[in-house]
Design a binder for this molecule. Sequence first.
Ligand code: PLP
Length: 452
Amino acid sequence: LEVIASVEPRIADATRAELADQRSSLKLIASENYASPAVLLTMGTWFSDKYAEGTVGHRFYAGCQNVDTVEALAAEHARELFGAEYAYVQPHSGIDANLVAFWSILAHRVEGPWLEKAAAKNVNDLTEADWEALRKELGNQRLLGMSLDAGGHLTHGFRPNISGKMFHQQQYGTNPETGLLDYDALLAKAREFKPLVLVAGYSAYPRRVNFAKMREIADEVGATLMVDMAHFAGLVAGKVFTGEENPVPYADIVTSTTHKSLRGPRGGLVLATGELAPSVDRGCPMVLGGPMSHVMAAKAVAFAEARTEDFQAYAHRVAENAQTLAEGFLKRGAKLVTGGTDNHLVLLDVTSFGLTGRQAESALLDAGVVTNRNSVPADPNGAWYTSGIRLGTPALTTRGFGAEEFDRVAELMVEVLRNTTPGTTKAGTPSQASYVLADGVADRVRAASAEM
Ligand code: PLP
């Protein structure tokens, strides 16, 4: 930090402040974690300075032999860790990984057959009219993904996202009574819509998914099954999700981030069957430019960590702690979407406290509890104010929290929420954002969490 301070002291100060915040607060954001010193240090090396567009052994720049070592090792660890036929470690983020997957599927399923249809052995033989027809066909494909308010991600066909624009999209939700995925309803929707791509996976669904059933649905309608395991990759790596709950043997293509429950550097990952591998390998230049070699190196380190028994024990504790957290809320009368959890996240419905998600998030932050507001299914407060608070156990489990601490976390959060009341606007009408937290509660909760 002294070296940084000698150039731009404000960045050194902000970095120190961030460390202090992350150490003194209760970090319950489900997509965050604490990467190991080995992972963090690997990101700060000279690989950051190297350009390496292309793939291993096939680069558009000279002098990439060390990057080749790094990328090959990261891919090998990823294949071994997840039992995948092929791994692509270049995507810079989860969104990049999904874009690579979408274009790979289009290239494989539409471009390939179309080129054959056009009987064009050489792309150079295609006329402008041929390309026009291909563009039409590429732009005419369908994607079915989980809706945002049911727990899906923006990139799963949400209308304002590029995934909702490059495809004709439809979304599936959860059963309105139980909040659970309804595979029969999904099958009926898929039969009617006939998507090219069926996307499974989630950001805020607190339950496990049966990927064997997803595979059956995809097969029934001839869809490519893409699973975005960004949130639960750590639980797959740590063998908490096995059999039908492990997407890798069932999906054609699996995407992920590397920085959430997997506890690596910020980044993306694509796993694919051998059949899709050649299309995915074209991620650069199709969607990506130069890979971040320092981050690929850190991915290799994180994957090596995730292959240990220690990581498996960690992943099991993440899931056990989520159960304890959910039970801690339920026994104190709080309401949870789906009534509980069986993964790493808990979705608390704060309407039972008379609050919006925004008010709850702000009051909790005052008390040093860092969460994010989140829609619940058919959310009456919309996507900005919301009615939910999403919580995850990966970060605090890394800090060593167990059952006793997570029960205490639930107790402290309930104390904050019970002592928070909705505020009013300047005009005196009810506000969805402002709130009043009773005096002394924030200090009491901060002091209690400092002791954990
Ligand atoms: N996919 C899912 C399921 C996610 O939850 C997220 C992140 O929130 C992403 C993709 C995007 O990841 P990134 O923020 O690295 O682009």
